[in-house]
Design a binder for this molecule. Structure first.
Ligand SMILES: Cc1cc2nc3c(=O)[nH]c(=O)nc-3n(C[C@H](O)[C@H](O)[C@H](O)COP(=O)(O)OP(=O)(O)OC[C@H]3O[C@@H](n4cnc5c(N)ncnc54)[C@H](O)[C@@H]3O)c2cc1C
Length: 451
């Protein structure tokens, strides 16, 4: 039986249950679709596409080695699939479940409706629930491989990211080995520090987000080294902590819909000058050194540790009163952007009852006490004495030195945080007249669960 394996965010052949299942039943058409409509969504960025194309190059190499090259097609998914079906008469599509965005779900619904009408079976596997099986060879099916469109032809705006991690299976395996075999003991100390995290964090997120590595193989590699290093406390502690973090990315953590773009909630900052505040924040020019250093680092590398991601969003949301537009800027900036992880994190910082209003000065003093991170990413501040580095606006001498080179803060962080707390307190105030819960009429004989 000829099967079509649709690769999405699972760009590898190792530990790929969909490919293994299809290969066990006969020849396979492996397909990746570049969907122009996806790449013009507001969260898409050229750095994502760059990473994906590198993953596809490795995937192509590995599939060619197995005997059947990857088919690259660009266009609408239903049109691409229909064209291939008309030519090859495959009888089933196998892919991995993908807890994607609203756009992905809408596309999948159209594909499902088309497949049903065409009498095709579409199997969507949960890769973690299917036993591991490796594919050793694939019979060749004659079909042109196709080519990748350029980022420009997909209308992706230019996006310089000089220090982006290289995509692909090979780079992913190297990062995994480097972490479990050398860097893991640094992990607990490094996680929160922007200086140490660059090396001490696993740096596997983008490889996991695009599936160049499977979550299962990463977990297995960590468990094996942990067992081999039993008795070495720093290794065991580091790997245990990493395993907990990795488990957080389980698909079940984000119910359908929670990954949809957007942030709701009150308006924290003033309405006026929001465009100016957005421009300053996104350019790393708010005048708040630790925030600006984090933003410039993110722009240049495509990566940040979780604490700094939280800080950038907390300041955008609570101090500067920004909303979805700022969140989308972050989504475009993270090479590892994954809607199933990103949007729940964005909402969590606004928090149901526990908003995280982080103090950018305090965080800077805590996470970058020597100022090395600020000095590296804000060279215009390099000559400032330590005492003025985190709050240059409070020192007349520092202000004179920076005049015309680095902006005054766009907001006073202490009073902006106070205002945001006041907005939240007003929101939390109970209404004077309690509102009776609305109940939908219950059909006779039906059980009523009043939750
Ligand atoms: C506002 C915000 C947005 C975020 N957006 C993304 C995103 O789009 N894509 C993404 O992969 N991560 C996201 N994260 C989670 C986290 O910041 C990154 O996964 C992590 O910094 C990546 O670095 P690492 O691979 O070295 O992580 P490690 O600390 O080494 O963690 C190992 C792996 O666990 C997973 N992981 C880590 N933290 C979390 C978490 N809190 N929830 C779920 N899974 C986690 C990641 O896959 C990561 O690669 C976001 C966090 C915040 C606060």
């Amino acid at each position: 039986m000829l099967s079509l394996v649709w690769f999405k965010r699972d760009l590898r052949v190792a530990d790929h249950p969909a490919l293994a299942m299809a290969a066990a039943q006969g020849p396979v058409l492996p397909l990746y679709i570049i969907e122009p409509e996806y790449w013009v969504q507001p969260e898409a960025a050229a750095r994502h596409y760059g990473f994906v194309t590198e993953c596809l190059a490795d995937l192509q190499r590995d599939l060619v080695a197995l005997g059947q090259p990857l088919l690259l097609r660009d266009g609408d998914a239903v049109t691409v699939l229909e064209r291939l079906r008309a030519k090859h008469r495959f009888t089933q599509i196998i892919s991995h479940k993908d807890s994607g965005s609203a756009w992905d779900r809408a596309r999948d619904q159209r594909v499902a409706a088309w497949a049903q009408e065409a009498g095709l079976r579409w199997l969507e596997l949960d890769p973690d629930e299917v036993p591991q099986a490796e594919v050793t060879a694939l019979p060749h099916v004659a079909e042109g491989t196709g080519a990748l469109p350029s980022a420009r032809s997909l209308k992706l705006p230019e996006d310089r990211c000089d220090f982006r991690q290289k995509g692909g299976r090979e780079a992913g395996v190297a990062a995994l080995q480097g972490f479990v075999e050398a860097r893991a003991p640094l992990y607990p100390k490094a996680q929160d520090s922007p200086v140490l995290a660059e090396r001490g964090s696993s740096r596997l997120s983008a490889y996991l987000a695009y599936g160049a590595l499977s979550q299962r193989e990463v977990a297995q590699a960590a468990a094996e080294v942990k067992a081999a290093r039993r008795g070495q406390a720093d290794w065991v502690r580091g790997l245990r902590r990493f395993e907990r973090q990795l488990a957080a990315r389980g698909a079940g953590a984000s119910p359908a819909g929670s990954q949809d773009a957007g942030c709701e909630g009150p308006q924290y900052g003033p309405d006026v000058d929001r465009a100016v505040r957005f421009a300053a924040w996104s350019a790393g020019e708010t005048g708040l050194p630790f925030v600006d250093a984090s933003m410039r680092y993110l722009r240049a590398t495509g990566w940040l540790n979780a604490r700094m991601r939280g800080l950038l969003w907390s300041v955008a949301r609570f101090h500067l009163g920004l909303d979805t537009r700022a969140a989308l800027h972050l989504a475009r900036s993270f090479t590892d952007y994954d809607s199933a992880l990103f949007w729940p994190q964005i909402r969590q910082i606004e928090g149901a009852g526990r908003p995280m209003i982080l103090d950018p000065v305090k965080q800077g003093l805590l996470q970058d006490p020597s100022g090395a991170f600020i000095r590296r990413w804000l060279p215009e501040l390099a000559a400032l004495p330590d005492a003025a580095l985190h709050r240059p606006w409070a020192s007349a001498q520092a202000r004179r030195h920076l005049a015309g080179r680095y902006p005054e803060p766009v907001v006073d962080p202490a009073s902006a945080a106070k205002q945001a707390r006041a907005v939240l307190a007003r929101q939390a105030k109970p209404r004077s007249t309690p509102i009776a819960p609305r109940r939908a009429p219950v059909a006779a004989g039906q059980m009523c669960l009043d939750l």
